[in-house]
Design a protein around this ligand. Sequence first.
Ligand SMILES: [Fe+2]
Ligand SMILES: [Fe+2]
Length: 446
Amino acid sequence: MIEKIETSLKDLLTSLQTGKLYGARHPITEKSIAKAYSSLRDVLTEKAELVIGIIGEELVFEKEVFFDLSNFLKQMVIHLKERGIERIAFNRALELSELNKFIEFLTLPKEELKGEPGELLKLAGVNNISIGKVKVSSATDSAGQAQASDLTNLYQVSLESISSPLTKVMNNEVLDGLSLKLVVSNIVNNLGTYYEQLFKLATLKRYDVGTFTHLLNVSILSMHFSSRLGFSKDVVTEIGLAALFHDIGKLHISRKTIRKPGQLSSQEFAQMESHTVLGARLLMQYVDAIGIMPVVVSFEHHLKYDLSGYPRAPFKHKQHIVSAIVSVCDVYDALSQRRSYKTDYPPDMIHGIMMRGSGTGFEPALLDTFFKIIGVWPVGSIVALSDKRVGVVVEENEDNIFLPLVKVVFPEHNGEVVNLKESKDSIKIERYLSPWSEGKEFLHLI
Ligand SMILES: [Fe+2]
Ligand SMILES: [Fe+2]
């Protein structure tokens, strides 16, 4: 088995080297990729997933086997590390076309890789190869790593830091409340400086990648919203923590029900709704570690401003302000995510949908403030302008939420920023270019 893995890695790195020399689509490269694919297939018939990591300058398999690499292969390791890749996982369902795209992706000059490499690869349609940083072992390590200000990895590190505590709560395990608080305060500390980058990543990540992403996005959004509302840093941290756990009850509910397209049966509906109570009950066991706020928010986040919503209690009661903040952010992120049960909603449509809930679903003043802060077109949105140019939103205008500042990226990419509010030619945003379809070709420019 080890020999097979070694062969497949050598073939893989050889095809990367060939791709660098001849270009990814040259017949010689294609032949080399086909060879790597067949040796990878040999491994994947025996293992469902092959995960390799780079630690120092060595390739590592399951943290035990180190390969004695020749110098030319070491060059490849450096090549991967320069692109922020320390971990590659190949799934059994891997297709040859995906391996071709992967090699092509790796041969792009590193300056062209703007964004988190793992996500860029997913956006290119490669689903059976995932890449990223080597998983950090403890929450404190993650906090340290995030402080190293590697912005492109900040989101990924945050996501990895929260996976372990969330999984523990899900499995009813003992939770180290202190480490968790450290992780959240670290995210909060970075928020002030790196909010735009984090939010931009959250904007790009709005496609179906799972519940943890939704939880992190809602947490980031809630912290930003509440800090702009004027809450102290300590309270903002509490809010971020509560937001992080708001849907923990959902993880107990069959994924089939959550992602089912079309109508749910009344029984399935009741099961979905029970995630609020289920979550609150689970979180009650961790009050000593993380406080009471996560319990309150899990229980109340689907209650509405007009006292409707669920869970239906014998007496109606008003949402806690923290639950109200999290609900706005929750609905916003849920509408932004690409899910199997609905089509994509561009940001202006989401604004319209949420504003129709003003006074019923949401407290009007709170909702207005939310959109003043994040705008109709959030920072990071790729947009087509009425003068036929393409740009990316870089800043909001609080007094006109429809007209933000947009950096032009196409056809000319010279850093020009247009303040739509003051544009003499009344340039407007014509439409949103989704990063997983029309906007994809501009991703490397932003
Ligand atoms: Fe929920
Ligand atoms: Fe949610």
